[in-house]
Structure formats: C-alpha cells, structure tokens
Write a protein that binds this ligand. Structure first.
Ligand code: N01
Length: 543
C-alpha cells in the first residue's frame, strides 16, 4: 500500500484503559482527531486482563474512577473496593457516556512505531497490517502489560493446566475439588489464594517472600448514602484531596515522626490505621519517617506482625508469613490488601513451601518437585508478576529519531524526562509508565494528573501551531538525578522488589518509579511548560 493511502490522524492513543479514556475525552474537545488502538477485544485496560479469581482493586471508593462529575453522578460502585466485574461495568458506563467505541479499534495490536522526520509524524503499524500516520503518539499501556513467567525447568512437560494471573481465561476456570499449586504472593497471588483456598481440594503455595498484607476492611456501599454524598459535595471533596497527597489517595502521612509519640500513642495510631480503618492507611497515612528511618520502620513491622500472628495458629506458617526478622523493611514492597487470607492459609489442606529453602527443581508431567519431594497437582497457577514498569514500553518496537528503540535508549538504565517523554522521541508522551509516581500512586489519580498536563500542552500546541515537541537532554538528565536522590533517601532500595526491577533475574536494579510524591511531580510537569516551555524544544508550522 502506498503511503498516500494510509490514514492520518492527530493523536493515536494505545490501550483502552483509564488514561486513554480521559485523554480521548479531553483532546477531542480541543478539536483534535483522536483514535484508540487496543489489543484486547474489550476496554478496561488492566481490568480486561485481570479477571483471575478474586481480582479486585486496592484503592477505595470514590477515588478509583475518572473524576468527571458527568461520569460519577449516575454510576455508583457497590463495594468499597470494587471487583473486576464491577470495574468492567464501570468501563461500559464510561464507554456509553463518552461514545468511546466510535473512536476505538479493538484487536489492534500495535507492533511498531517509527518517527518520520520528513512528515513530522509517527508511522504506527499493527500486527494485522494496519498502518496509520499520527502527529502525536501516546502509548497508555500501563506498567503491567508484559507478564513474567519464571523459567522453571520442565514447565512445558506439565500435563495439567497452567494459568498465569495476567492472562486468565475470560470464560473462567473451575477449580472446585482440584489439587492446585500456586506460585507467587504479590497482589495477584494473595487475592487468588484467599478466593480459591476454600474451594480446592489441596492448595500448595510456593512462597519466596511473605507479603506484608493489610486488612482490606471491605464493605458494601449503601446506595442511598452514596447518593447523599454526591449531593452534599463529599465526592468533590474526596476527589480534591487526591491532588494534595503523596500517592493521590484521600489520606496522607501524619506530620510526626514515629518516636515523637509515646509507645501508647503509637499503638493507638497503628491500631486505628491497620485495624479500624484498614486499606493502605497503615502504609500511607502513618508517621512520615516510616519509609525513611529503619528504627521507625521496625516499630511498624512489630505492630503488623503482632496482628498477623493473632490470626495464624500453625507455628510454621506463622514463621513463614510473619517472621521475627522481616525480609525487608515494612512497606518497601507493595503490601496487598487481604480479606480472609490468613484464615484461609491456616487450614490444613493449604501447604506452604518456602522456595528459598526448597527451590522448584522441576515441573514434571504431574506436579512440582523440590528437594523435599514431589507434589502432585492438577493445576498450576502462576501469579509471578510482570516485567514491570519499563517492560510494557520496551517490548514495543518504537523507534526514535536516532534509529534506536526505547529498549536501546534504556540499555544503560531507564531514562525519561519527567516520566512522560524522552529526547529523540518527539511528539510522544506516555502515561502511567516509568519514572512517574506510577507504582506509588492510585492509578486514576496519576493518569488524570498527567492527562491534565497533556491537555494543557495540547492547548499550547494548538495556540502556537506546534508541529514538533521534544524533551531536552537536560530535562532528562535533571529528572534522572532528582529521581535517584529521592529514591536513595528512602528505604525502598533495601527491598528486592519490582519497584526497582529486582524481580527479574539479571535485570538492572534501579529505581523505576518517582518516589518523591504526586504533588512535587505535578509541580515539576507544570513548571516545565513555563518560561517559553523550558525543558522542551519545539517547532511550529511556519518556522
Ligand atoms: O505481581 P508481583 P502481581 N519463584 O510481582 C513471586 C498491581 N496489581 O501480579 O516477592 C517463586 O507483585 C514473587 O516473589 P518475590 C499492583 O501494583 C494490583 O501480584 O519477588 N516466586 C511475588 O511474590 C501489584 O503490586 C492489583 O520474592 C516467584 C510474585 O511472584 C502489581 O500489579 C491486583 C518467582 C509476583 O508478585 C503486580 O502484582 C493485581 C520465582 N521464580 C496486580 N518469580 C490490585 O489492585 C516471581 N515470584 C489488587
């Protein structure tokens, strides 16, 4: 096909989740022609793929949604923490309200994108042969679109069924009465275990690092109460709070250090946060030194452990799931929110194998072998996570002006300008990706604050007639320096976490997320547009 026949568009968005939805709505209102390409057959982003048993979000209502009143005024979530089915219902609602389907092509797997200097456009190609020219290219593919499967020897020989939580069959799986092996205890693993634990015949959990789970304190929302909150301004106030907190939640660290309080005061605060309130408050509404000072962190761990031990009777499981010496400082790996996790795993038909002492040596036709023996199973569930944060973008063949791909750009380490752009990749912005607050934020907050900035930028693009916009090298260098300084001041480097790529053997260990908080992040983005767009180079049509 000759290039003259290829469709042209102002803005191409990749992925049909929160980020693309809000951008589509904003940019088309500014008069740009916009299209979404989505590789799945339906929208929802991560909530299309995340349909494993028990999958639900760890951010509570009402902030896990797009903040537009026209969306929330006639949609009410049923639970404080909605499950994946409910989130799909929400995405259907947004689709209808904003006519998203008219602008979206499903089953369009973007394979490559090359910047054409002559045309000042991206040529984007899909696996099915579709080609499109876009003036602006915005991948919105999240931080978890490249799953990770450990190379267990013999995995291909297993005669039963193997499922990865990231690509769970859309039609579901009947696990009733089955013997199941489950690997991984991140957010996905914890949810699967607590959901299937009572239904299966035997469950063997292969544990590498215990998750320092927090009680979710799930509850049904009262529709009348929610309607009242919408009328009396509570929704608006809660949403507004997200702009002023570290992680884009409605709550933030208390402005005291751990040892400013007496032991009794500390106990009271910890109890309130972990037991009474639940959710992430014990992580993100606690003393401001918890994630920066080891002694302060140990106090949090001691309290957390005491609570968990009360819920486990089996002394071996106590030591595995809440050891006296923590494997890493509390909260430096992502804590999961649990509902009955500890009660479920405490049952005798649930076994836990510590793979640090007994690594998985081989998967056989009928089960898994460690040095302690062979466990026969019908099903293996891999909740082993992702090539997180950078993997999503680096797996695509996106070529910049120097001919290199994003993976080439990052060969000596991840580098971005403010977690939203990169030099050599003009006219491209990515949302909810590397070096942004991504993993340290509530997804909708982060994406919407970034989208607000993109909207502002596109207003400027329109006003000034900008045809090419590129982050400067200085802007990237400066951001990498600041990011590293924030990271090194915290306790995060002390955990082998996916926050820094340490979950994938052989991968460079480096900070992948901005840990300096949402407020500083948004300020930096906004400042970069001031003084004739410092931090950017641009060209206009008449230049
Ligand atoms: O992935 P993970 P996830 N042998 O990387 C283990 C978001 N999310 O899908 O901790 C044995 O966290 C690995 O062990 P270790 C959320 O941000 C949100 O659970 O590296 N085990 C770990 O236990 C979340 O944090 C929601 O030592 C191996 C597990 O596999 C992020 O996505 C729901 C292993 C992987 O956990 C990722 O979550 C789901 C090996 N060789 C996801 N390799 C909600 O909002 C890895 N592991 C609820």
């Amino acid at each position: 096909m000759g290039s003259q026949q290829i469709e042209e568009i102002d803005v191409l968005l990749v992925g049909a989740g929160f980020a693309s939805f809000t951008l589509l709505n904003r940019l088309r209102k500014l008069g740009f022609s916009v299209r979404i390409f989505e590789k799945g057959s339906s929208s929802g982003g991560i909530w299309y793929w995340n349909c494993y048993p028990g999958a639900r979000v760890d951010t509570d209502s009402p902030i896990y949604q797009l903040f537009d009143k026209e969306l929330w005024e006639d949609f009410t979530f049923k639970e404080r923490y909605p499950g994946w089915q409910e989130l799909r219902r929400y995405f259907d609602h947004v689709e209808k309200k904003w006519h998203i389907r008219d602008y979206t092509s499903f089953n369009k797997h973007v394979d490559s994108a090359v910047f054409d200097e002559q045309r000042q456009q991206w040529l984007v190609e899909c696996a099915d042969g579709t080609e499109i020219y876009a003036n602006w290219f915005l991948p919105c593919i999240g931080f978890a679109s490249r799953r990770y499967t450990p190379p267990f020897p013999g995995l291909g020989n297993f005669k039963g069924d193997i499922y990865h939580t990231a690509v769970w069959p859309q039609h579901g799986v009947n696990l009733k009465g089955k013997r199941v092996a489950e690997v991984g205890t991140g957010a996905s693993g914890i949810q699967v275990i607590q959901e299937i634990g009572d239904k299966v015949k035997e469950l063997t959990v292969y544990l590498r690092t215990p998750n320092m789970c927090l009680p979710m304190n799930q509850r049904l929302l009262d529709p009348k109460e929610e309607e009242e909150k919408k009328k009396n301004g509570t929704y608006e106030r809660e949403i507004e709070k997200t702009r002023h907190t570290f992680a884009g939640f409605t709550y933030d660290f208390v402005q005291r250090n751990t040892f400013d309080d007496t032991p009794e005061e500390r106990e009271k605060l910890y109890h309130k946060l972990m037991v009474e309130e639940g959710g992430f408050m014990f992580w993100l509404a606690t003393y401001k030194d918890m994630l920066f000072d080891l002694k302060a962190n140990e106090e949090a761990y001691k309290f957390w452990r005491k609570q968990v031990l009360k819920r486990l009777k089996d002394p071996k499981k106590q030591e595995l799931l809440a050891p006296e010496t923590p494997p890493h400082p509390w909260g430096t790996k992502r804590p999961s929110l649990e509902q009955r996790f500890y009660e479920v795993v405490d049952q005798p038909h649930v076994k836990i194998i510590d793979v640090n002492k007994s690594p998985i040596e081989e998967v056989t036709a009928t089960g898994l072998r460690t040095k302690d023996g062979h466990v026969e199973v019908d099903v293996i569930i891999l909740a082993t996570g992702f090539d997180s944060v950078t993997g999503s973008l680096a797996q695509l063949n996106i070529q910049g002006t120097d001919g290199g791909t994003i993976a080439d750009h990052w060969k000596d380490g991840t580098r971005t300008a403010m977690g939203i752009a990169m030099p050599n990749f003009p006219n491209m912005f990515f949302l909810y990706g590397p070096q942004a607050p991504t993993a340290f934020s509530s997804g909708p907050s982060c994406t919407q604050f970034q989208a607000e900035w993109v909207e502002k930028t596109f207003k400027m693009i329109k006003e000034k007639g900008i045809t090419r916009l590129e982050a400067t090298q200085e802007s990237e260098d400066d951001w990498c320096k600041r990011l590293r300084a924030e990271w090194d001041a915290s306790l995060f480097p002390l955990a082998k976490s996916w926050y820094q790529g340490a979950n994938i053997p052989g991968r460079k260990v480096e900070p992948l997320n901005w840990s300096g908080g949402m407020v500083k992040y948004v300020e930096t983005l906004n400042r970069s547009l001031e003084n004739d767009m410092q931090g950017w180079t641009y060209a206009t049509a008449d230049a």
